[in-house]
Design a protein around this ligand. Structure first.
Ligand SMILES: Cc1ncc(COP(=O)(O)O)c(C=O)c1O
Length: 385
């Protein structure tokens, strides 16, 4: 708790500033809480269900989730990946966070290692710790792609899983096909060396939010000992509704035992399966998405403005975050100074990567525009231009 979460800390300090100066005078780019409303199709389904409720639709269910919903997820995923998923590979969960915790609880023995790459979603470390695993944190390169030389040195017989997150929170990086291909080869080599199974966990919470017509390179294409954890928090803008799923690769060894483990844990971790109502709703929304163009427009405008001011930014290819280099060596100091100008961001330290800061641009255009004078003032003060 003392280490805390930088995201939460900035959020709470921001709330204080808003009280003091008024909501409209503080530009909060600290939280990945999308302002975009769910698509019209979501409300159409909601209305349909409210007007024509089905008998038993709010009762307990099989802990894997409704067969019809799992079949709909499998069908869409098969279409997107070309891998033949059936409902037997799908477990509905309480968001991506629920999915990750179910997976980690199922696969980890005490002391097993899980490799993650910095910058990473800060909660990963807590999730791994929840289930007595050990997080091994490895660096990425200048483009925020995993450093495979470090991975090769770190994998050992206790390595149970490697977690990847593309598009990435906080960098917005989308891992390339080539990088994933090399990653898969390395995992297979190490599995053969140690006689183990190394699961590739692909956290795809932002899979549908990618830009410039990029085709999403699926990590599952490059390692069969793998699974997806994801949710509709971002693609349908439903983060408060807690609806997501696990999809395990059909060719994964001991798939049935793993799936039975996931189902058991989905019941015993305390949340007892995904919300019934949300499962009924998302069944018919598998091919629906929020407007990616709207996020892309925000990314383009912010990127052009910041680079024009002299900030060093790797252009994000997906998600709704930007992770510029901190112009001051001390990213906390920079973020604090920016905070004085009523612009709220999060220091890179909060993602295991000091020397950077994160901007969440899933906010109103007005908030983004109004934050620019603060960024400009800092750039001028530091002498960036
Ligand atoms: C990378 C990443 N994984 C998982 C999650 C958790 O998603 P959910 O809210 O669906 O549990 C988030 C939430 O922001 C995230 O950024």
């Amino acid at each position: 708790m003392a280490e805390g979460s930088w995201i939460r800390r900035m959020f709470e300090e921001g709330a204080e500033l808003k009280k003091r100066y008024g909501e409209e005078n503080v530009f909060d780019l600290s939280l990945g809480n999308p302002i975009i409303e769910p698509p019209a199709e979501f409300f159409r389904e909601l209305k349909k269900l409210a007007e024509h409720p089905q008998s038993g639709m709010h009762r307990y269910m099989s802990n894997a989730g409704y067969a019809e919903t799992r079949a709909a997820v499998a069908e869409q995923l098969s279409l997107e990946t070309g891998i033949k998923f059936t409902l037997n590979e799908i477990i509905m969960t309480c968001g991506a966070a629920g999915a990750l915790n179910v997976v980690l609880k199922t696969i980890l023995n005490q002391g097993d290692e899980v490799i993650i790459f910095a910058p990473y979603f800060a909660e990963y470390v807590h999730y791994i710790d929840n289930h007595y695993g050990v997080a091994r944190i490895l660096p990425t390169d200048e483009q925020f792609a995993p450093r495979l030389d470090a991975l090769e040195e770190t994998i050992n017989k206790k390595t149970r899983a490697v977690m990847v997150n593309s598009p990435n929170n906080p960098s917005g990086a989308v891992y390339s096909e080539e990088k994933l291909c090399e990653l898969g080869e390395l995992l297979r080599k190490k599995e053969a060396q140690y006689g183990t199974q190394i699961l590739l966990i692909s956290d795809e919470a932002y899979r549908k939010l990618i830009y410039d017509n990029l085709q999403y390179p699926f990590p599952l294409h490059h390692h069969t000992q793998s699974l997806i954890t994801t949710s509709h928090s971002k693609d349908l803008a439903l983060p408060g509704e807690r609806i997501g799923y696990i999809a395990i690769h059909p060719e994964c060894r001991e798939r049935e035992e793993l799936v039975n483990g996931f189902i058991h844990v989905n019941r015993t971790l305390g949340f007892v399966n995904a919300s019934a109502l949300m499962q009924h709703l998302v069944r018919n929304l598998q091919s629906v998405n929020v407007s990616v163009a709207e996020y892309q427009q925000k990314r383009d405008s912010l990127y052009e403005n910041l680079t024009g001011m002299g900030y060093s930014v790797t252009k994000p290819q997906g998600a709704f975050y930007m992770f510029p280099k901190s112009p001051l060596e001390d990213d906390v100091k920079f973020v604090r100074e920016l905070q004085q100008l009523k612009v709220l961001t999060v220091p890179g330290q909060g993602f295991g990567t000091p020397g950077y800061f994160r901007i969440a641009y899933c906010v109103e255009d007005r908030a983004l525009e109004d934050s620019l004078p603060g960024f400009r003032q800092m750039a001028e003060k530091i002498g960036l231009v």
